[in-house]
Design a protein around this ligand. Structure first.
Ligand code: AOF
Ligand code: ZN
Length: 372
């Protein structure tokens, strides 16, 4: 392998580490770092690290701690520019210098204004060789939630929709098992690698859902739950409220809810955030996402009903759409999963790029990603 191929393979490894932290490092990005030394033609990995739950310690100091003295004279691949600021911990750029690392391969710059090129500048001024842009597109995808939080004051949004073969989400007010066991497992895995699961209050009233990650052994990876609820209609005895001591529940409400109703919910342990409403009296989704980004949320999985999906896509807030289609028909009138207006936007080649359908158990999954 030549040097560039080794750099790429180390960065690929660092990216796999970074992906492990997704959903658990917010408000910080999930970063991966690999330290290696050359023995002849052979790269030997001496340290690996990724951002720890809650966002600290950072990936680089984890990898340096593992490598110990072996870091001296070694190279590091890191999926995001090492930090330059004195935050809750000293800057990673300084830790890298102190550890004696002589070469740093960094995928993309850190958009945080406290860093933004400063980390690489510190490394260069210490005489460390710096290579940037290695697997930049993949690193951007891993860090997209954090990038949107910093640059666009909104979290990344993955929209999940499920429909019967004839296009229905269910029957009004009744829960319908649309997806197969394999699809559910995949959705629960997606829950674990997002910071929050979001639904509209209609889903809470119809289904009284738990919205947790129930894959065996992964309950502790359940993210927070967010309800879009203009008039604060979430029942006090709903599962989301009753279990908020174990898995946090946040409810976003409009300006007209009484302070008294807010206090009742807060006493139960629910976090309430007020959000601006628009001319139709619905919550302003851009403002809602601004509030969540300000609170540190970087990645949201929206599992809410068709109306929430429409509001998010209309406000141009959706990064990825996953539509699961079951082979079974509802066979009667129900609630359309994707109404014609939303379908037109999803199928618009200027807005979303649709992949080929893949089979998930008995279901079919089509994945759309936002253009630009
Ligand atoms: C890194 N490695 O693993 C992560 C970084 O509040 P602090 O002090 O932890 O700093 C948070 C900022 O550090 C965050 O906004 C981002 O710029 C960077 N995150 N940096 O070198 C890491 N998670
Ligand atoms: Zn750092």
């Amino acid at each position: 392998m030549n040097a560039a191929a080794i750099d790429q393979s180390m960065m690929r490894h660092a990216l796999t580490l970074a992906r492990r932290g997704l959903g658990r490092t917010w408000p910080n990005p999930s970063v991966g770092a690999v330290i290696w030394r050359m023995e002849g033609e052979q790269p030997i990995i001496v340290g690996r690290g990724f951002t720890q739950p809650g966002g600290r310690p950072h990936a680089e100091t984890e990898a340096i701690a593992m490598a110990g003295e072996a870091a001296r004279g070694a190279s590091m691949a890191v999926t995001l520019e090492p930090c330059a600021h004195h935050g809750k911990t000293p800057p990673c750029a300084e830790a890298i210098i102190k550890a004696g690392i002589i070469r740093v391969i960094s995928a993309i710059a850190d958009p945080d204004p406290r860093v933004d090129g400063g980390g690489l500048a510190i490394l260069r001024s210490a005489g460390i060789e710096v290579v940037t842009g290695v697997l930049a597109d993949e690193a951007r995808a891993v860090n997209l939630g954090f990038i949107h939080k910093v640059n666009d004051q909104r979290p990344l949004i993955t929209l999940k929709l499920a429909q019967t073969a004839d296009g229905y989400a269910g029957v009004t007010g009744r829960q319908l098992m649309v997806s197969s066991a394999s699809s559910k497992q995949r959705v629960h895995l997606a829950r674990a690698n997002h910071d929050a699961i979001m639904v509209g209050v209609g889903t809470v009233l119809a289904d009284n859902p738990d919205l947790t990650c129930r894959l065996p052994g992964m309950m502790q990876f359940s993210p927070i739950r967010i309800v879009i609820d203009t008039h604060l209609s979430t029942p006090i005895n709903s599962r989301l409220v009753e279990t908020c001591g174990t898995v946090p529940t946040w409810i976003l409400i409009g300006p007209n809810v009484s302070e008294n109703s807010v206090e009742v919910m807060q006493e139960k342990g629910v976090i309430i955030e007020r959000v601006a409403s628009n001319a139709n009296g619905h919550l302003d989704m851009r403002d809602a996402m601004r509030v969540l980004a300000k609170r540190g949320v970087t990645r949201i999985l929206s599992e809410g009903g068709p109306l929430l999906a429409e509001a998010l896509v209309d406000a141009d807030l959706v990064d990825t759409i996953e539509i699961y289609t079951s082979p079974d028909r509802l066979g009667r009138e129900g609630v359309l999963a994707v109404r014609p207006g939303l379908r037109a936007r999803i199928e618009n080649k200027h807005l979303f790029d649709g992949a080929e359908p893949v089979a998930i158990g008995r279901d079919r999954l089509v994945h759309y990603s936002r253009i630009k």
